[in-house]
Design a protein. Sequence first.
Length: 83
Amino acid sequence: MSFFDYFRNKRGANSAATARERLQVIVAHERGQRNQPDYLPRMQQEILEVIRKYIPVEQDDVQVQVDESNSCSVLELNVTLPG
C-alpha cells in the first residue's frame, strides 16, 4: 500500500476524523522544518529555477528537506510534476 492509497481508502471516514488526520500531517511537517539548515530555502529556490527551465511548476510543487539519523544526513527532494 502506498502513501496515497492510505488517503484514498479513507473516503468513508467522517469529516472530523479526516480533519484530525490532515492536521496531524501538517503538524508533523512543521516540526520537521524547525531544524532545517539555513541553506535549504536558497537551495530550494535554485532547484526550482532549474526545473522551470524544462517544466512549468509552482513554488509549492518543490519541497526540499534534510533528514538526519545517527551518522548521516539525507537530502530529500519532492517535486510534484504537472499532469
